[in-house]
Write a protein that binds this ligand. Structure first.
Ligand code: SF4
Length: 348
């Protein structure tokens, strides 16, 4: 029977997508693409990749940028800590590695925000180093072809998959092997409805033979989702409105938002008016509540946000409230969560 990597390579040559970061073996491009693709599909991620590279074509331009500019280009992708980490890592490369992308796995792993998967992907694709990169696609393919029922989120499972991936790795072409395996998971052995009929591994795939495809890969823990209730105050004074910066160690750190009252549940209008934060903010000020939006559900990885926008008109343009007063023309200077961006677009 042909070796695993030979079957995989033939499949890859016939099926791979032409993607902009595959055009050359540039560690910076591989890094940017890997981080972007950790949180989005290739079709959406490609547009972000091209925009990112246009604005920050190399490590130096990324290092020299303001964090705000990086977050603005990232806006809408979510997981903003990844963009902040990339900015820090670019500074590390400039300061600690003389501006040259590190070319050993040990040094690549020293960069902020780069874990073992991303380091292996960069090391193998850009520098041909023999490291297996194991992402969600790889776990899925290996668990099915080899019928592995060990939980992929357990220590023992991680070790088992790492050993197997190392054993299968094509040491002559590690980057090609890693890209091929990830692409195979993304296109052929997909989470739902894998294309088993046309699969070159069908005759050796244990999950196919035992009809357990839907059960693999196996995960032991279910992610707990936390419900949060956000009441955003869109306060207008003439044509201006207010933004505040999120500075706590929480979602969307360093992004901007409308002044927020977070509550333990959905508030009625009476409860909102009686809320201590609301009362102290607008104490004695002449305001009109113009509208309250319906509840918008915004789902993040571990959180479900129940969001409402409360449109408030303040009749005293000379009274400055304790946030950043913004003219609509200046809004592009502020990176904001997608939710706020959508609201502003609807208002424009
Ligand atoms: S036969 Fe189906 S489940 Fe098995 S590797 Fe191929 S696509 Fe995946």
């Amino acid at each position: 029977m042909p070796k695993f990597h030979k079957i995989l390579t033939v499949w890859y040559q016939q099926n791979k997508r032409e993607l902009p970061w595959r055009a050359k073996k540039d560690p910076y491009l591989v890094w940017v693409s890997e981080i972007i693709l950790q949180q989005t599909r290739v079709d959406q991620g490609t547009a972000y990749f091209l925009r990112f590279i246009e604005q920050f074509p190399d490590v130096k331009t990324l290092a020299e940028a303001q964090e705000n500019e990086v977050l603005k280009v990232w806006q809408g992708l979510g997981y903003y800590s990844r963009a902040r980490n990339m900015h820090v890592a670019a500074l590390q490369i400039m300061n600690e590695f003389n501006g040259l992308f590190p070319d050993t796995i040990i040094n690549i792993e020293k960069l902020k925000g780069i874990g073992s998967y991303t380091a292996a992907a960069i090391a193998s694709i850009a520098f041909d180093l023999p490291h297996a990169a194991i992402d969600g696609n790889v776990y899925r393919v290996l668990s099915r072809v080899f019928g592995i029922e060990t939980a992929i989120d357990s220590t023992i499972g991680k070790r088992e998959f790492r050993d197997l991936a190392d054993e299968l790795l094509d040491r002559q072409n590690p980057g090609l092997f890693n890209e091929a395996l990830m692409e195979f998971g993304a296109l052929q052995c997909t989470p739902q409805n894998p294309d088993c009929k046309k699969c070159p591994f069908q005759d050796q795939c244990i999950a196919f033979a035992h009809n357990i495809i839907g059960e693999l890969p196996f995960k032991s823990k279910k992610t707990k989702v936390k419900n949060r209730f956000f009441n955003y105050m869109f306060i207008r004074q003439e044509e201006y409105f207010y933004l505040e910066k999120r500075e706590e160690n929480d979602i969307w750190r360093n992004l901007y938002q409308f002044p927020l009252i977070e509550s333990a549940k959905t508030l009625t209008i009476e409860e909102l008016l009686a809320n201590e934060q609301f009362k102290s903010t607008f104490n004695g000020l002449e305001i009109t509540i113009e509208s309250i939006s319906h509840e918008i559900i915004h789902v993040l990885t571990h959180q479900k946000l129940h969001v409402r926008f409360i449109e408030i008109f303040s009749a005293k343009p000379d009274v400055n409230l304790p946030w950043i007063k913004v003219h609509p023309k200046e809004v592009n200077d502020f990176p904001v969560p997608k939710l706020i961006d959508n609201f502003l677009l609807a208002k424009a």
